[in-house]
Design a protein. Sequence first.
Length: 96
Amino acid sequence: MSGARLQVIFIGLLAFCGPGLFNALRGLGNAGADDPSVAAIANSCLYLTFAVSGYFAAAAFNLLGPIPLFVLGGLTYAIYAACIFFSPSHAFLPVI
């Protein structure tokens, strides 16, 4: 993965798929729940996480490098997707 062309293709695919996955999760209807307050709580937690991680992203990138941060981002997005999918049956999941 040292070629520039391969890296551009990889980042392009990630940038293309990310918003599509987010929109698909939002398309579940109120983030998968009947209560709109669940979607509001989940989105506020998500955007708070974006703000905090965006503030510390440059330092983490300099210390850890790109690959561990890609892995960490993918794992946390999987946790977010699981919480959205299972939030109708478990009331505490939107806060996670």
